[in-house]
Design a protein around this ligand. Structure first.
Ligand code: OSB
Ligand code: MG
Length: 379
């Protein structure tokens, strides 16, 4: 199903940006560092009738996962995107993209507003966001992403705990020195668990031996092994190993997906709507990749309940054929900023809300509790 067109244009009256710092239940360590709080920017759009749309800009303080940071995102949103919105009449998401076309790159920042607009349109239409996007499922399959731990025994315990909570697929972060030995041990402990690894670009082609060894362990995929921008080397690596390569950082838009397809850089794409600038570009990548019968799932970036709602809706698209990194709110937060919080069932699925839009309510008192800065436009 193609995405649904709004039946009437919306006039944006107000835009509110909330820069918040929500504490994580446990620090999260990847090949590029450790996060103890989720710094994030929430975007609220309000129309003339007072209907609200919410989006999230899940950037970090440093340009590690992508070049955008809290400061660059606030700068781009505050100086170039948000001022264009109050009074603007938007008949579609495409109208918004046209309005901010002069801003090159900065997809996560622009994407936060794009997603808020989808939520607003869905609420105005009275339909769940999933339906608005052209989704086809009433539940999605969750997997869980586990950071680098102090030692392998700790990792084994954490995985045990996650399996007991219901997660059916485990992803671990790897980096040089925390790879083959770790996976070998996990395969002894959990021979049949669907397992995949994510390197966040920590290796180069000269490490091909590591990936040849990982080929022995029946992994679902190896995510972003090489350079964050390097489609050519990934193609070379994919020719030399059996395990499917999944690209994350490298796929910034449909153009990257087309090049990756032409070169054979990967067999699977982890679509993160924020990374590619929102839902519309996610749908374009999804449609292109699905038509070629390749692997697709939705990745996460420790989003709060707002961004998580957008991920859940995106994961209902028909071509999603692997578990997504969309865990329960409690995986990351003691208290999420939405009600109800996101939960998974014992069978590793998450229910897609039937309420309009993202289907959860933002508890603004909780946002205020963690607020660093609030910037308003309009009225
Ligand atoms: O590479 O997939 C990644 C979190 C932040 C930034 C990048 C990544 C991740 C994760 C966590 O792996 C996924 C989640 O939100 O559960
Ligand atoms: Mg990744």
């Amino acid at each position: 199903m193609p995405p649904r067109k709004p039946s009437s244009p919306v006039e944006i009256e107000r835009v509110v940006l909330y820069w918040a710092e929500v504490p994580l239940v446990r620090p999260f360590t990847t090949s590029f560092g450790t996060e103890e709080v989720r710094s994030t920017i929430l975007v609220k759009l309000v129309d003339a009738e007072g209907t609200e749309g919410w989006g999230e800009v899940p950037v970090e303080y440093g340009p590690w996962y992508c070049y955008e940071t809290i400061e660059t995102a606030l700068h781009v949103l505050k100086d170039f995107v948000a001022p264009k919105l109050p009074g603007a009449e938007l008949a579609s998401v495409e109208d918004y993209l046209e309005l901010v076309k002069r801003v090159r790159g900065h997809r996560v920042a622009k994407g936060g507003v794009e997603m808020a607009l989808w939520d607003l349109f869905a609420k105005r239409e009275g339909v769940p966001l999933a339906e608005m996007l052209g989704g086809v499922r009433d539940r999605i399959v969750s997997g869980v992403s586990i950071g680098i731990q102090r030692d392998v025994d700790t990792l084994v315990r954490v995985i045990q705990e996650k399996l007991e909570e219901g997660y059916c697929r485990i992803k671990i972060k790897i980096k040089p020195g925390w790879d083959v030995g770790v996976v070998e041990r996990l395969r002894r402990e959990f021979p049949d668990v669907p397992l995949q690894v994510d390197a966040n670009a920590a290796y180069t082609l000269s490490d091909v031996g590591v990936f040849k060894k990982l080929d022995e362990f029946d992994l679902l995929m190896v995510e972003q092994p090489l350079g964050y921008d390097d489609l050519a080397d990934h193609a070379e690596l994919q020719r030399r190993i059996r395990t499917p390569i999944c690209l994350d950082e490298s796929i910034k838009d449909l153009g990257c997906a087309k090049v990756a397809c032409a070169l054979g850089s990967c067999k699977i794409i982890n679509i993160k709507p924020p990374r590619v600038g929102g839902h519309l570009e996610s749908i374009r990548i999804h449609d292109f990749w699905k038509d070629r019968g390749m692997g697709l799932w939705i990745g996460g970036m420790l989003e709060t309940g707002v961004g998580r709602g957008h991920l859940v809706a995106a994961a209902t698209l028909p071509g999603i054929n692997y578990p997504s990194d969309i865990s329960a709110s409690s995986r990351w937060y003691e208290e999420d900023i939405v009600e109800p919080p996101w939960e998974i069932r014992k069978d590793s699925t998450m229910e897609v809300p039937k309420k309009p839009g993202i289907g959860v309510e933002v508890v603004e008192d909780r946002v205020e509790k963690h607020l660093r800065k609030k910037i308003e436009f309009g009225t």
